[in-house]
Ligand binder design. Structure first.
Ligand SMILES: CCCCCCCCCC(=O)SCCNC(=O)CCNC(=O)[C@H](O)C(C)(C)COP(=O)(O)OP(=O)(O)OC[C@H]1O[C@@H](n2cnc3c(N)ncnc32)[C@H](O)[C@@H]1OP(=O)(O)O
Ligand SMILES: Nc1ncnc2c1ncn2[C@@H]1O[C@H](COP(=O)(O)OP(=O)(O)OP(=O)(O)O)[C@@H](O)[C@H]1O
Ligand SMILES: O=C(O)CCC(=O)C(=O)O
Ligand SMILES: [Fe+2]
Ligand SMILES: [Mg+2]
Length: 335
């Protein structure tokens, strides 16, 4: 290959999407177009699904939005399953139902108005179908490879803010919660279950922060209170540019676990719904978080497990993950 072509590839490998396609004139004056496939992309695997632009966008920004990925019919079914849980018609084992801190101690209301989010829906066949949708998994594979575990499942029902801004989710990195690595073999899929805007509290991301390290997290000092385990990055640079991800029903964002993100207040009267799953390569391995910034979340999980299930030190942080994780493609290797 010529030196010029080598140089060109070197430039492309530095991820400037504007250079992905290069036009040049040959000696007869005809225009020729070269498209180079960079070889050292770090965050995405070679695949036939993501365009080069989409790959370069993820490499640079740490997220990519795929429009209209999940069908309206499927989303309506997930909504139905969520409502059945709220009405207490079904109660899947292991499911965690969380109410907003602003209403946690108010009277019990048996409908979705009391529920801010449900976690660990892996034993609800209808909701878990989301994690196995081929249209979602084909993208997940581009990031984590073909042996895929669904590690953490959530349906978020962001309530109209009760006036104390508790409907916000502080800026955080999801890796803070995860005692497994390598970090680049984890990805979140998050699907809008309706139109999501700045008004009802869309996701807010700090593009490019996935290239940094895991930061120290703690409860933010918010006057109106903070929901349990809603830790935020302790010192984030308020000058960093933010992207507000406004999405339509069915649009899905895939994002890296180091990407700093959160969500704003819901200033509407509706409940803003999204369904998500964190996937990891089945080749990931557990780590001990002792003496790391993740010790504080490990301790909180331990306390909740103790209170909820009466277990003491018998269960390790990593066991809480191994029990909830489900294989969705390929072979279960080490998680
Ligand atoms: C496992 C880690 C997850 C990894 C996620 C990956 C990235 C995701 C980023 C996130 O979403 S982080 C936020 C994740 N949040 C959680 O995992 C919260 C899990 N929720 C719970 O464990 C329970 O819902 C909770 C302990 C908060 C309440 O349990 P119960 O439904 O049994 O509540 P109960 O009514 O018995 O109240 C028990 C205590 O909790 C308090 N409480 C209830 N809801 C609360 C709330 N929302 N915020 C704060 N405190 C709350 C309540 O006031 C009461 O306090 P006291 O003991 O002092 O009286
Ligand atoms: N002190 C803070 N610590 C941690 N996270 C914060 C803090 N203040 C705000 N956030 C979070 O920052 C994110 C972005 O907030 P921002 O105000 O840009 O967006 P918004 O509230 O969604 O929209 P709008 O700009 O229309 O109010 C939200 O996720 C919010 O929860
Ligand atoms: O507000 C949301 O829907 C998502 C919040 C979030 O980042 C999370 O649950 O990990
Ligand atoms: Fe998150
Ligand atoms: Mg705001």
């Amino acid at each position: 290959m010529s030196r010029a072509a080598d140089r060109l590839k070197a430039v492309l490998n530095h991820l400037d999407p504007s250079l992905a396609c290069v036009r040049a004139s040959n000696t007869s004056g005809q225009t020729i177009t070269h498209t180079y496939q960079p070889h050292n992309l770090r965050y995405t695997n070679d695949n036939d699904l993501l365009s080069l632009d989409q790959r370069l966008f993820y490499e640079k920004n740490g997220f990519v939005v795929i429009k209209n990925l999940v069908s309206k019919e499927d989303i309506d079914r997930f909504r139905g399953a969520f409502e059945r849980i709220c009405r207490r018609e079904v109660s899947p084992p292991g499911l965690l139902v969380m109410r907003d801190v602003a209403i946690a101690n108010s009277e019990f209301v048996p409908d979705q108005k009391a529920v801010t989010k449900i976690q660990d829906y892996q034993e609800d066949p209808e909701l878990f179908r989301y994690c196995t949708l081929p249209e979602v998994l084909q993208y997940v594979e581009c990031f984590v490879g073909e042996d895929i575990m669904a590690m953490h499942t959530m349906l978020i029902n962001k309530p109209p803010d009760a006036g104390k801004k508790t409907s916000r989710h502080p800026l955080h990195q999801d890796l803070h919660y995860f005692p497994f690595r390598p970090v680049d073999k984890i990805v979140c899929a998050w699907t809008a279950m309706e139109r999501i805007t700045r008004q009802n509290g869309c996701l807010v991301v700090l593009p490019g922060t996935h290239t940094g390290t895991l930061k120290e997290h703690d409860y933010p000092e918010w006057e109106g209170g903070v929901n349990k385990m809603y830790h935020g990055v302790r010192d984030f640079d308020p000058e960093l540019p933010r992207a507000h991800l406004e999405m339509e029903k069915g649009d899905t964002v895939f994002f890296h676990p180091l990407l700093i993100h959160g969500s704003g207040m819901n200033q509407t009267t509706g409940f803003r719904k999204a369904i998500s799953c964190h996937y990891a390569s089945a080749h990931c391995f557990y780590i001990d978080v002792k003496d790391t910034t993740q010790e504080n979340i490990e301790e909180e999980v331990r306390q909740i497990a103790e209170r909820k299930y009466g277990v003491t030190d018998a269960i390790r942080f990593q066991d809480t993950w191994a029990l909830r994780g489900r294989l969705v493609k390929g072979e279960r290797v080490s998680l």
